[in-house]
Design a protein. Structure first.
Ligand code: PHE
Length: 488
């Protein structure tokens, strides 16, 4: 519509003098007219010349005076015939109107300021300032002198208005035919290609950057981890259940029921459904036994084990819950050595800070075979971490309810020039493995680490909230390196 208006007008007239006025006449928004003019100008349908106009607009202060009167006028009007004390007048008007009002009214010789008393000097005054402001606001002309005065008082400020004057261009036509961008089969069949105007190729156009298909750094590092495990001959465990029972998450792992991790301050429990439907009863009985009174040479924890506590559903706090299910399943068949791994999400009811979130991802690996020992665990850890680019490791004795011995793993970070904690590990306790029914000489070595930690090190991110969660900047996902090699 705007395009027809411009081209149509120029068919009968020489010139559009002012696109602003033209827009008003045509009842079309100026922005729309400007867009059309720019496009027509680009194709030389019209010839457009810039026009710039300085317009004045009221400042916030100017607007209040246009509405309420100038301070000097307000001041004058507030002075009764018999005069008024300064203090009272100031109270009536407020500090700023009083102060500015006094200055201006004295300058105008409207009032007499005594030591304490203020009185009128003239009988009648006109609020010219307000009148000027109203006129400017309505777009009416005002003399330069008055503009200067209002400008000095910062009641108006300049606004640059841009528009165009437009006349016919060398390619002018009353109607623009869109140049064809493609030569179609129909064009050839109909023969209308002979009359078509084709758009020229722009060989220097950059083209749109390909959008979509970006991988989040966590996904890339997860893939790296999976490749490492697969190269080492591990099988992936099925981790597709965020909801787990306390039994598999804790009890099967010989984690006592009064352990602080089982508190709702540390673990998210489910309201609905709040309990698990099914557990393997004979195994539950053996787990209860081992917690209460031990067995297989262990004293147990010597407390009253409660089934209700084991039934409670939760969001799994570690992927070791999956490991416990897998080992139990393994124990139900003739024994076979296994290497299992998983990378998936876990949840903890934690205060969120630079390095902690309430949900994150765990990487877990385990090997189950006869006669394994701590040396085997250390060897596997060296193998695993050196594949990640970290070949200097140190181990620190630690504690997990389900492993003995347990070791925290530290790796030397060549870039940071310091030892950083990279994981946790251990040998699963007989109190965990024997009730499952695994043969006595079967040992399980296992380790776990977060996926976020190595990802942050690899991608140089120091706040976990920049990596994962609702505050992540999409540009991180769109423009991170294709891959990073080596945790150094
Ligand atoms: N489950 C432990 C954690 O959440 C990691 C771990 C896995 C430790 C296996 C020992 C063995 O930190």
């Amino acid at each position: 519509m705007a395009e027809e208006a411009v081209l149509g007008f120029l068919e009968k007239n020489e010139l559009i003098t002012d696109s602003g006025e033209f827009a008003v006449e045509q009842g079309i928004s100026h922005d729309e007219i400007v867009n059309v003019i720019k496009s027509l100008n680009g194709f030389r349908f019209v010839d457009a010349q810039d026009i710039k106009k300085e317009r004045w607009q009221l400042t916030a202060e100017g607007k209040t005076y246009a509405a309420n009167g100038s301070p000097e006028f307000q001041l004058f009007m507030a002075i009764p015939q018999e005069g008024i004390s300064r203090v009272e007048l100031q109270k009536k008007l407020g500090d700023s109107v009083f102060k500015i009002g006094c200055q201006q009214a004295i300058k105008n010789k409207w009032v007499e300021m005594g030591k304490s008393q203020v009185s009128r000097k003239v009988a009648h005054v006109d609020d010219n300032v307000k009148a000027m402001l109203v006129r400017i606001n309505d777009g009416e002309a005002v003399s330069q002198e008055e503009i200067d005065a209002l400008k000095r008082r910062k009641l108006i400020s300049p606004q640059i208005w841009k528009g165009y004057s437009v006349r016919k261009g060398p390619n002018y036509a009353p109607k623009r035919r869109k140049p064809a961008t493609d030569l179609t089969r129909e064009n050839l069949q109909r023969g209308d290609w002979k009359d078509l105007q084709f758009k020229e190729y722009n060989f220097s156009a950059k083209g749109l950057p390909a959008e979509g298909g970006y991988l989040h750094p966590l996904l890339k590092v997860r893939r790296q981890m999976q490749m490492i495990f697969l190269q080492m001959g591990f099988e992936e465990m099925p981790t597709n259940n965020y909801v787990e029972s306390s039994f598999w998450n804790f009890d099967a792992l010989f984690q006592p029921q009064q352990h602080p991790a089982r508190d709702s301050h540390d673990t998210f429990f489910l309201r609905e459904p709040s309990t698990t439907k099914m557990l393997p009863e004979d195994y539950v009985e053996r787990v209860k036994q081992i917690h209460e009174s031990g067995g297989h040479g262990s004293r147990g924890y010597q407390y009253d084990w409660k089934r209700d506590e084991a039934n409670k559903n939760l969001l799994r706090t570690h992927t070791t819950a999956v490991s416990s299910r897998m080992l139990y399943a393994l124990a139900q068949k003739p024994f076979e050595a296994k290497k299992y791994y998983s990378v998936d999400r876990v949840f903890r009811n934690e205060a969120v800070d630079r390095t902690h979130l309430a949900e994150f991802h765990q990487i877990e690996g385990l090997i189950c075979d006869r006669g394994l020992n701590l040396g085997d665990l250390q060897g596997v850890l060296y193998d695993f971490f050196s594949r990640l680019g970290m070949s200097k490791l140190r181990f620190k004795p630690a504690y997990n309810p389900y492993t003995e011995p347990s070791m925290e793993i530290f790796g030397y970070h060549e870039g940071f020039k310091k030892w950083v904690e990279v994981g946790n590990s251990g040998m699963f306790r007989p109190e965990m493995l024997l009730p499952m029914g695994l043969p006595e000489d079967v040992r399980v070595i296992a380790w776990g680490l977060s996926l976020e930690r190595p990802t942050m090190i690899l991608y140089g991110i120091d706040n976990i909230r920049d990596l994962f969660g609702h505050k992540v900047d999409l540009s991180l996902i769109k423009s991170n390196p294709i891959c990073r090699i080596g945790l150094q």
